[in-house]
Design a protein around this ligand. Structure first.
Ligand SMILES: [Zn+2]
Length: 217
């Protein structure tokens, strides 16, 4: 049976790692809204051109357009067979409601919404330890993956610095925005009985096993 799920979690929680583990072992195809947007725009499809017209005017792409793009992928025969992992969508309750309606029309049942949960302090520690190379973009971590020579990139010897996005203040703001938008989405799926909450500060393999066990129940 294809697995169909939505993965939600704050920046730095390890969504990419879990998405890859789930894809490799259970088969569903990750569908990232950002990647799909770019692909549609690059391919100059009708939906891509429509989305671009909003982006070019500095406006938000309407929910309807975003959902049609996601559904177009969900309806491909590959995704029908493999299932999917939605990442970065839905971001709001309105989007979630619209997605529910479209999935129902297409007779596609969502298996679960997996919420990866970690305390803010842990995320701040993880992300604020990141160091980026000023030249080649290589990423290090002060504790988990320090460069061999303190302060300089292993690849190109350029200085490594904390990126603007990874300042503790910026991270706190990103977390605040995430919680404000996403908490209602999580509640929305909890009332449908589809929510799986997983404590995600542990080893990625342990987190994956718990997701798998709860999915199969
Ligand atoms: Zn470098």
């Amino acid at each position: 049976m294809p697995v169909r799920l939505i993965l939600v979690g704050p920046p730095g929680v390890g969504k990419g790692t879990q998405s890859a583990l789930i894809e490799n072992r259970l088969g569903p195809k990750p569908l990232s809204s950002g990647v799909i947007f770019r692909a549609e725009i690059d391919a100059q499809t009708d939906l891509g051109e429509l989305a671009k017209s909003y982006i070019d005017r500095g406006e938000l792409v309407p929910n309807g357009v975003t959902i049609q793009m996601m559904l177009k992928r969900i309806r491909t025969s590959e995704v029908q067979q493999r299932g999917f992992i939605l990442d970065g969508f839905p971001r709001t309750v309105r989007q979630a409601e619209a997605l529910d309606e479209e999935l129902k029309k297409a007779q596609i049942e969502l298996d679960a919404v997996v919420s990866l949960e970690v305390e803010d302090a842990v995320i701040i520690e993880r992300l604020s330890g990141r160091l980026g190379c000023t030249k080649c973009g290589a990423i290090y971590h002060r504790i988990n993956k320090p460069p061999k020579r303190d302060g300089f990139c292993d690849n190109c010897n350029s200085p490594v610095i904390i990126r603007e996005d990874d300042n503790p203040e910026t991270i706190r703001e990103r977390l605040r925005v995430f919680r404000e938008n996403t908490a209602p989405v999580v509640d929305h799926y909890a009332t449908q009985g589809k929510l799986i909450r997983v404590e995600a500060s542990r080893d990625p393999e342990v987190v994956y096993s718990e997701i798998k066990d709860k999915l199969i129940q």
